[in-house]
Design a protein around this ligand. Structure first.
Ligand code: PLP
Length: 398
């Protein structure tokens, strides 16, 4: 069997229709959209169309979209804009389970730039306590940043309620929706969200393009300063092919959202049930219901995730593990640790993330083969069901 790709939260395949749309803009229509001539103007028109397509998927106005290079840039721009637009406010509220694009930035701001950050805890299902969030907001809070959906577990946060709390308290609200856009229907014109980040390569556009939604009339300070591109909000000659691709990918995602919610979820559920029923000591990580339709994070107790990944790789199955081997010690993911998943389970966690390109045969192949892989690994595992495994020295990410 050819490669079974179930690592779509890491990155996705460029949809062939997206590729078709962008290709002419490399070689035939390569003008600069800022040029005065018609050759460049044609590309400018295509960027306008892409902006409209992205806005349509999000349910906002095209002028509220700023194109960036990636989700990380969108996240950094949003937080720094909130801080720079409100110089007297030195406090940020976020969660312990954000992607490093937010988490590392917040730690950097705390350590090096004199800001204070409150990192909210989650419960064992990965959910937030909104009373904790309310209590964390202070008079000097510049921004609350809470992801829409978690990249490791798929757990969805109640961004509408969080936004309402922020609005009531007069605090800007940013959401990292890199994993949510294209998977969850959204209508930002009716939601109390001030800023939202997305990334092209998570929704079948290429790597190297992202976008930031900034609600109209929200004070904004650019991160990249230079030319007048993006109405002075993000300098630098546009990644025209990437932007055109992102526009088409958003258009297609809009057409596929219902299908992803049904057929992708059906495949995901079949995979999940099949594995959980046939493998002992398997545990689902994250809220079973409030979850992205494509994501399943399962811990296989008493075996190392990286070993599972290597064995799956032999079978041409691509997925991710919730632990990373750093300097010889296995470090479980900060998300699973925040959820209090025991080490012997956190070590053995595997994230399967599907897309509309996966098939039932692929799911059947995994259900047929993975139980044997886990069984063989458990025979040689240093962990055992009786002890808690070798001492693990987690390095704090806080
Ligand atoms: N935020 C989340 C939730 C993500 O999953 C990712 C990528 O994995 C990012 C931000 C960063 O996006 P990019 O890779 O486009 O910088």
């Amino acid at each position: 069997m050819s490669t079974i790709y179930m690592d779509n939260n890491a990155t996705t395949k460029v949809d062939p229709q997206v590729l078709d749309e962008m290709l002419p803009y490399f070689s035939e229509l390569y003008g600069n959209p800022s040029s005065m001539h018609r050759f460049g103007g044609e590309v400018g028109g295509k960027i306008t169309e892409a902006r409209e397509r992205v806005a349509k998927l999000l349910g906002c106005e095209p002028r509220e979209i700023i194109f960036t290079a990636c989700g990380t840039e969108s996240d950094n721009t949003a937080i720094r804009s909130a801080l720079n637009a409100q110089p007297g406010k030195k406090h940020i509220v976020t969660t312990r389970v954000e992607h490093p694009a937010i988490l590392s930035l917040c730690k950097h701001l705390e350590k090096r730039e004199g800001y204070e950050v409150t990192f909210l805890n989650v419960d064992t299902d990965g959910n937030l306590n909104l009373n904790d969030l309310k209590a964390a907001i202070r008079d000097d809070t510049a921004v609350v940043s809470v992801m829409w959906a978690n990249n490791e577990t798929g757990v969805i946060f109640p961004v509408e309620e969080i936004g309402a709390i922020c609005r009531e308290k007069g605090v800007m609200f940013h959401t990292d929706a890199v994993q949510a856009v294209g998977k969850i229907p959204m209508n930002l014109s009716e939601m109390p969200i001030d800023m939202l980040s997305l990334s092209g390569h998570k929704l079948h556009a290429p790597k190297g393009v992202g976008a930031l939604y900034v609600r109209k009339a929200l004070p904004f300070r650019p991160f990249m300063v230079g030319g007048h591109q993006e109405r002075g909000r993000r300098a630098g000659t546009e990644n025209t092919t990437g932007i055109i691709a992102l526009g088409r990918a958003c258009e297609i995602a809009g057409e596929h959202i219902a299908e992803e919610n049904d057929s992708v979820k059906a495949l995901r559920d079949k995979l999940e049930t099949g594995l959980m029923e046939s493998i002992a000591d398997a545990k689902l990580n994250g809220d079973k219901e409030k979850r992205l339709p494509n994501t399943s994070n399962i811990s296989f107790g008493y075996v190392e995730g990286e070993a599972i990944l290597l064995m799956m790789d032999q079978l041409s199955i691509c997925a991710s593990s919730g632990s990373a081997c750093t300097s010889g010690s296995l470090e479980p993911s900060h998300v699973l640790r925040a959820m209090g998943v025991p080490f012997t389970f956190a070590h053995g966690s595997i994230r399967f993330s599907l897309s509309r390109f996966n098939t039932e045969e692929e799911v059947d192949f995994i259900i047929e083969n993975l139980p044997r892989v886990i069984e063989n690994l458990r025979k040689i595992s240093p962990f055992s069901a009786k002890d808690s495994g070798p001492a693990c020295t987690p390095r704090s990410t806080e």
